[in-house]
Structure formats: C-alpha cells, structure tokens
Design a protein around this ligand. Sequence first.
Ligand code: SF4
Ligand code: SF4
Length: 437
Amino acid sequence: MIRSLQRGHAPNCSSSGSVVGAALLSTAGAAVIVNAFAWRFLRWLEGGSPPGGEPPRLRQEGEEALLSDAEGSIAVLDAEGAEAARERGVVEVGGGQPVPGALTAPTEVHLAITDRCPVRCAGCYLEAGPQGQDRPLDGLVAELDALSAMGVLELAFGGGEVLLRPDLLDLLDEARARGMRPNLTSSGFGLSPELARALRDRVGQVNISLDGLGAIYRRVRGFEGAELGLRAIRTLSEAGVRVGVNTVLTRPLLEEEGALAALGEAIAQAGASEWQWLRFKPAGRGAEVYEQMVPSPAQAQALWPAALALEQSTGLVLRFDCAMMPFLVSHQPPLEALQRLAVRGCPGGHSLWARGVDGGWAPCSFVPGEAVQDPAQAWREQPTLLAWRERAQAPPEPCASCEYREICRGGCRVVAAFRGQPMAADPECPRVILWAA
Ligand code: SF4
Ligand code: SF4
C-alpha cells in the first residue's frame, strides 16, 4: 500500500533533506519509520483523525500516487493505497502522467522572497545584504496561484532574512489558502515571541541556520550570530513551532575537535527536533571562499559515522541535504532502506524547482534562473530542466555503473559546474575520486 516514505520535509537553502540516522543501518530500522506513518495512515483509513488534523492531499503520478499529510510526510502509494485514501477523503491536487525523467510537478518549490539581510555572510549563495529588496507580494501571490494549480505540495521560503518581511504572515496565509505547506529558513533576525506564536499555525517548520558556535560561526559567516540562532530556536520551540537547524559543513567547523558535538548538544538543549547537515555550495559569494571552506575528503568521509553517533547522543533526527549523498552512499548503507525512506540526491528538475529573487526559475536554488511565462509549461519543456533530467537518467561513468546511481543521481551539479563541467560526475564523490586515480 505504501511504497516509500519521505518523513517530514525540512526546509533549507538547497532541498529537502533525507533522514540518514540509525534507520539506515538495517532494513528493519527503515521499516519501523515507514510503519510509524503506515500506522497513522491506517488509523485514518479506519475513521481516525488525519495526521495534522487536515485531510491529506493526493496527487496521482501515473500508476502511483503521492500522499502528503499536514505534518510533512509524503508517501508513495500504489493503486490500492490511493483508492483507499480516496474513499476516506483526500484533497486531490494536480496529477496525471509524469513527464520523462520527472514528476508531473515539483513536490517542493523554493521561493527566494527577499535578498534583504542585515548582514552580508561570506558564503551567501544569494549575495544578500542590507541593500537587498523584498520581492513584491502581488507577484509572489500570482506565482502561488500557478504552483497550486500544478499540484505543488510544499514551499520553502528563503532569502535573505525572511522574518524581516513586514508582510510575511500575509504571504504564509496566501500559501496555505492555496493548499500548500510553507516552510521557512532564517538566521533568527526579527524573531519575537509574538511572531513565533503567529508562525505556529502557519508554517510546517522553521529551520534556523546555525553553522557553529562562538568563533566558528564568526569565521564561517563573518559576524557573531550563534547566540541569535540559539535564541531563535528557543523562542520558536517555546511557541510550539516545529524547529530544525541547518548547518553548512565547513572546514573550520570540522577541524576543531568536539565543535560539531558541542553544536549538536547546544541545539538539542535549545529545543530543536531535527538537525540537517548541508554541503557548502560554491554559488554566489560562496564561490569566492569555497576553497577555504570545503571540507577535506577525509572530513567528508567521516560525516556519516559522526551523524550516527550524534543522533544517538543528542536525540536529534539527523538529515543530509541532497548534495551530501555521495558522502553517505560511499559507506554502502543498505539499498532497500535508502529506497524505503525515499533518500534521494539531486532532486533538481525532478521533484524540486526554485525561483530566485530575480524572478528566474532554475532546477535548484544554487544555479542561475531563467525567465518563465507559464510555469506549468516550463516544467514540462524548459531546456535546462530537460538537460538535467537527461543527465540524471544517463549519467557518465563512474555514476553509470554505480550501485547507488538511482539514489544519488550523480551528485551535485553545482560543485561539478564550479570544477568546470556541469554535467560531469560529482568531482568530490569518493567513488569518482577513486575512479580518476
Ligand atoms: S545541484 Fe542537485 S545536489 Fe546540488 S544543490 Fe542543487 S539540487 Fe542539490
Ligand atoms: S559515482 Fe556518481 S552516482 Fe555514485 S555516489 Fe558518486 S556521484 Fe553518486
């Protein structure tokens, strides 16, 4: 009935991350997580309340269907499961026959709603700063109309500092009124207890960007912001908002012994429930500092064991972002567990689409966008999306012969482009490095 499950999307600067903790150590672990959702789903089918108190949304994808609940789980259902869900009562959105190499529509769209920010972080991929501007609300609402008509399930609003938009609550209400679940990423600027309470019933989750404690945060981002981030986690948590943390993994954070563990302990104590690790992307101002920030191959290889240990010591749910997949699959976790938990690399152009602050649309947030007249048509036909899909379906070696190709999808195009060949295999993948040696 349920073929796979992506539990609880977490917004971040790049894409929804995948659960990568102990559940991957055995197929039984993955089954336990899938069954937790299956149990709620079955209770709902038998007359119980739907997860999150709202009817789930269902989108047909050819023979299968996506079921999205209000708590942020997305399950892939077979025909029997879809029929049972329909009988119980779902909100049908979009759907139809998937386009070659992609879903009928993105499950998630990233919308950069501002490039205004009180600070100018050294690695900001959006090049945000005090000179930035909020994107006008009326233009964003028109885009929400188009995305809702396509059957998009989730939105990630990012920037810039999204909490400083004076009309943020209006924008969130507009998204929810169109049946889409908005999530936010913030550094914590502008958050008050009142705003946190107002966010509680409007967002699925807020992720606070926190790239280290004390001097490490300053080295990575260029200002003292760790306390701001920790305070924001506490404020959101006390207001009952589901809160996660995004940490971009950098050499300064990983080279100081104990720094990652201390960060995990601090964010768990502050009240976060999830901790998502992101790969540093050479985009925007990030390209200028990439060589100083990118972890060494040995540091990258040590990440998954560290994630397993920290998940156990902190109680946080650990996630890796889309670009981290080569560093996960190099440890050869069970393929079936990866599939059942819908662990996925590079969703750009397949299930993810991004609209930059300049209004351009791109396969993901870290590549330049292009003007689009009709989003639904562009999703089917835009040449850049077609090229990304073709590349994911027919990757070059060593991805072509990689056992984890379906999961990883060839690694990160942004890193490959930075190293010179956008459609090449991810040059920092351990298997690619070995292949080239
Ligand atoms: S290119 Fe792919 S893997 Fe890299 S950040 Fe974009 S969506 Fe993620
Ligand atoms: S070889 Fe390619 S598909 Fe396999 S893990 Fe590396 S980047 Fe991913």
